[in-house]
Design a protein around this ligand. Structure first.
Ligand code: BGC
Length: 734
């Protein structure tokens, strides 16, 4: 539709029709008349608003969305189509690894391809907008939503953010893909103690330098929408925070797309204690420039009265509605309200190309954390292998937030192993349950137990253990597929103990008595504390939730068909008490190992190392790569950093070369390391390559004491290595 026509449409709408565009309701409001009654009454929303609602939350499937749209438009006066929005986080039907696993690929170009597939599958289900990517920077593994992030570094996250947006919105103008809604703006990953929905409070310097860049990157890449976060910033909940939404997002970043609140966040302004009723909550949110109210009664019930009382201006509503209509128009909904929902989608899902991409991504996301005596890779059919553990033959490898993924289309680890190992040399026994206490899942525990029979009685527990022990006697190698329950991470999955579940740890102890070669496959939505496991196991592979092709990917890595190349994008602590532990922390006045004070009076713990168990950027391969000849050339506008890498093994590998800097002395304290560049290169067996990184002065800028964003001349150190710990270093002056 031409802009002029769209403007006319806007001016022909009544107030109630306009308000409807700013309200988002979930599926139960649209299904059948009988179902409507309950929630309608619960939120107290009138039939009239319902008939004019602008968007639908979390309804997908071409048939369902088609029906709802058709019925809605038939009754609608102005024929403004509904927008279907939903959570397609790391896959619609073809499920990729969770974002923390995507982060571990250090391969944003590959993730661009993955999000193209995700966007297209989601479109074919009738969705128009996905609430992704989630780009919250994460430093505290207690927070369950680490799962949804690409990690702890602003530069790496920004690289992923822009590729994810570009992938989802690929060819959007020609009705491909899906609009992206970047979330949760802002700084949600910094909730205190990793406790879900908790307070965020930090300096503006930290906010701008560390937490904001990935959102900015997504917006620069053209993300059509932004979702506000549940947390406060500087005492004001984000959904009412004018500084973040108006000053930064609208004015500084010039974002003129749609801002949506997170689920019920407008009415939660009352619980936060900054509004005393729905009317106040509504006016705070609309004044902060929140366009759509997701799933709260506030906008639907209060906006009209607020205008009538002169408390807000109708022009504010017009601006918000304009943004919503513009998005609908950009998506071509006026011409074709059904979009992907008009296609017969079934044979497009789960296709071979999408699956082979999911396999490639899963392979690259797996991180080899330990490989004592090079027990990996395994040689097919050489030894007797026993696989045990709750994830050994479990399609939950797609994780919890793969709402539309199908477990029956998921390759389990056992299935993957059968590609390499003959049946008479491969044994399987689950051996133990994933959890043995339902309270570990909070109030979901009893429901999960009902479905999955989590809690085993003594007899069952002993029988499985005995079976595992007797098969273990025969085996040469025991593979343990262990991990968190899917509900132990993700939204509202904060934990104070971030280890493997206790019953699994006890099971490991029992089997270790057999003194066999042991491999841990760790399935989790966060970095777990693996301090005990590092001592117990010969090899450890971190799998995350690897998705539809997970089992094949794991088998390829175990048997060396794939040389592992994943690198951590979030540090793994020794102990939960270190949290938050992250590589780019500020320097202190009493640094461990570098201070003049006695070792007692330096910045450390007396009962745990200060550095993480596995640092940011860490991951092994089956090759040995040597770094040498680090040098720096400082030119007028450029800093050229050279390094030589040599694959000293007979296996080809992919090596991720990481380039960090430290600003040695500045007007404000700077981080000990800052990732500035990385390159993931193919390095053939026994080959050497010279690698060059080119930085500009722009890369050295930071928020100075007076909050200007600039660089300061002086001494710098460049660090290059395979991770943030094992680096070569060289100083240079600017
Ligand atoms: C989550 C969002 C999600 C929304 C809609 C909220 O609880 O925080 O990430 O997009 O629900 O499902």
């Amino acid at each position: 539709m031409e802009e002029q026509q769209l403007k006319q449409l806007l001016s022909s709408l009544s107030l109630i029709e306009k308000v409807g565009q700013l309200v988002q309701l979930s599926g139960e409001f649209f299904k059948t008349d009988s179902l409507v009654v309950g929630p309608l009454q619960k939120l107290g929303i009138s039939e009239e608003i319902l008939g004019n609602v602008g968007s639908v939350l979390n309804v997908a499937g071409s048939k369902k969305t088609h029906e709802i749209q058709k019925e809605y438009l038939e009754k609608s006066k102005h024929k403004i189509p509904l927008l279907f929005m939903g959570d397609v986080i790391y896959g619609y039907r073809t499920i990729f690894p969770i974002p923390l696993g995507l982060g571990a690929t250090w391969n944003p170009d590959l993730i661009f391809e993955a999000y193209k597939v995700i966007g297209e599958e989601a479109r074919l289900s009738g969705l128009n907008v996905t609430f992704a990517p989630m780009v919250d920077l994460v430093r505290d593994a207690r927070w369950g939503r680490c799962l949804e992030s690409t990690g702890e570094d602003q530069y790496l996250n920004s690289e992923f953010a822009k590729k994810m947006v570009a992938g989802l919105q690929y060819n959007l103008e020609n009705q491909h893909g899906i609009a992206s809604c970047v979330k949760h703006f802002a700084a949600y990953g910094a909730v205190e103690a990793g406790r879900e929905y908790n307070t965020v409070d930090m300096s503006e310097r930290r906010l701008r330098e560390t937490y904001l860049p990935a959102y900015h990157s997504a917006i620069t890449a053209g993300s059509k929408m932004v979702m506000t976060s549940f947390n406060t910033y500087d005492g004001v909940p984000v959904t009412a925070n004018k500084y973040l939404l108006k000053q930064i997002l609208r004015n500084e970043w010039r974002f003129d797309g749609v801002i949506i609140s997170d689920y019920a966040a407008v009415s939660e302004l009352i619980d936060h204690g900054v509004a005393s009723n729905d009317a106040e909550a509504t006016s705070l949110a609309i004044n902060a420039s929140v366009d759509i109210d997701m799933k709260s009664p506030c906008y639907a019930n209060e906006l009209i009265q607020l205008i009538e009382q002169g408390k807000i201006r109708e022009s504010q509503i017009n601006e918000a509605v304009w943004r919503v209509l513009k998005l609908k128009n950009e998506l071509g909904l006026f011409e074709n309200p059904y979009q992907g929902a008009s296609c017969e989608a079934t044979n497009i899902f789960n296709n071979e190309n999408a699956r082979s991409l999911a396999l490639k991504v899963a392979r690259e996301s797996i991180v080899l954390l330990q490989n004592k005596n090079q027990i990996l890779p395994l040689v097919p059919n050489k030894q007797k292998i026993l696989i045990v553990g709750p994830y050994a033959d479990n399609p939950s490898l797609i994780g919890l937030w793969a709402v539309y993924g199908k477990k029956e289309e998921t390759v389990t680890i056992l299935k993957g192993l059968t590609k390499y190992q003959k049946p008479d040399l491969l044994f399987y026994e689950s051996g133990c349950s994933i959890l043995n206490k339902t309270d570990e899942l909070g109030e979901f525990g009893s429901a999960a137990n009902f479905q999955e029979k989590l809690v085993w009685d003594n007899q069952k527990r002993n029988a499985h253990l005995e079976k595992a022990l007797s098969l273990g006697e025969i085996a040469d190698v025991i593979i343990f597929a262990l991990g968190e329950h899917t509900m132990q991470s993700g939204e509202a999955g904060s934990r104070t103990e971030i280890s493997l579940p206790k019953n699994q740890k006890q099971f490991v102890k029992k089997l270790m008595a057999l003194k066999k070669q042991t491999i841990l496959l760790c399935v989790s939505g966060r970095p777990l504390v693996l301090t005990d496991e590092v001592k117990q196991f010969d090899a450890i592979l971190q799998l995350w939730f690897p998705g539809t092709e997970g089992g094949n990917a794991v088998a390829d890595v175990l048997f060396g068909q794939t040389n592992p190349s994943g690198r951590l994008s979030m540090s793994f602590p020794y102990h939960v008490g270190q949290s938050p532990v992250y590589y780019n922390h500020f320097k202190t006045g009493r640094p461990l190992g570098k201070s003049n004070h006695s070792n007692r009076f330096v910045s450390k713990f007396i009962d745990s190392p200060v550095s993480p168990l596995f640092p940011f950027g860490y991951g092994l391969s089956y090759s040995q790569v040597k770094y040498s000849k680090l040098s720096v050339d400082v030119l007028e506008q450029q800093i050229l950093i050279h390094v030589s890498v040599e694959n000293q093994s007979s296996r080809d590998c992919y090596e991720t070369i990481q380039c960090y800097i430290q600003d040695v002395s500045a007007s404000v304290v700077r981080p000990v390391l800052e990732l500035k560049r990385f390159k993931k290169i193919f390095l053939p067996a026994n080959k050497k390559e010279d690698v060059l990184f080119s930085l500009t002065l722009e890369d050295l800028k930071f928020y100075r004491q007076d909050m200007t964003f600039d660089f300061e001349s002086g001494q710098f150190i460049a660090f290059i290595g395979p991770n943030s710990r094992d680096t070569l270093e060289v100083s240079f002056e600017i």
